[in-house]
Design a protein around this ligand. Structure first.
Ligand SMILES: C[S@@+](CC[C@H](N)C(=O)[O-])C[C@H]1O[C@@H](n2cnc3c(N)ncnc32)[C@H](O)[C@@H]1O
Length: 233
């Protein structure tokens, strides 16, 4: 079984996710103690998609995030470069596209919104991917990023970074089809920028009105932003 390194080589990342696809949804729920459902629900609320809108759910994996967005009545497409993950969600009735986040197979401005949940951290160039999302979203369209982040309460942050993240690879041995992937998960979570720094990266990629709020004490953060209107570009 394979795992990716912190250089996030796209081939290694795709192959690692192919390896965890079987049972991904169940493992995810166990690892997050069921909080994943609430985080997805919040992401849908913040995205606030409407019937008639087109939403790109990037790094959608098994499309578990996409079906949540589709509940809003918008047309939502799941895009991911791991065919194993997309196949793992074959039973989910949303359109699925094999696509690399850094070279999206869509024309400029075709989506009303783009979103990534627990995927941005895996791209090997965060700002380039955020720019590519801005390209395919129309002026005035929205971005929502749901990603692990930095707990805000200092004593808990210490315990979380120092001890809880170290437990992940251990738990992975019992619940995952690719335990090594959970070493990568813990490393990538520890190395990921905090809320403010991610907000700055989103602005750097050309999005405006960047804001975020914390879920579960900041273990997860939701960032939202808007693509500048045509007159502002
Ligand atoms: C942790 S899963 C998240 C899946 C889903 N969004 C969720 O909320 O459960 C991360 C996904 O990012 C995808 N991914 C990573 N890098 C990618 C890239 N460059 N292009 C497209 N998908 C990518 C992986 O294949 C994987 O399915």
């Amino acid at each position: 079984m394979s795992r990716a390194g912190l250089d996030k080589n796209p081939r290694e990342v795709a192959s690692m996710f192919d390896g965890v696809a079987k049972g991904y949804d169940r493992t995810n729920s166990v690892m997050t103690l069921g909080f994943d459902r609430r985080w997805r629900e919040w992401s849908r609320r913040v995205l606030d998609a409407r019937p008639g809108e087109k939403v790109l759910d990037l790094a959608a994996g098994t499309a578990v995030s996409t079906v949540e967005y589709a509940e809003s009545g918008a047309w939502c497409v799941a895009a991911d470069f791991s065919l194993g993950m997309l196949r793992g969600g074959a039973h989910r009735a949303v359109p699925k596209v094999a696509a690399d986040a850094l070279r999206l197979p869509f024309r400029d401005g075709v989506f009303d919104a783009a979103t990534v949940s627990f995927g941005l951290r895996n791209f090997n160039d965060t700002v380039a991917a955020l720019r590519e999302m801005a390209r395919v979203v129309r002026p005035g369209g929205r971005l929502v990023i749901c990603e692990v982040s930095t707990p805000v309460f200092r004593p808990f942050r210490f315990v979380y970074m120092r001890y809880l993240l170290r437990l992940l690879p251990f738990i992975g041995r019992f619940v995952s089809s690719n335990p090594e992937a959970y070493e990568y998960l813990a490393e990538s979570m520890r190395a990921w920028p905090d809320q403010r720094t991610l907000g700055e990266l989103i602005s750097e990629a050309g999005w405006e009105d960047v804001a975020w709020f914390n879920l579960t004490g900041g273990m997860v953060a939701l960032h939202r932003a808007t693509k500048p209107s045509a007159s502002a570009i």
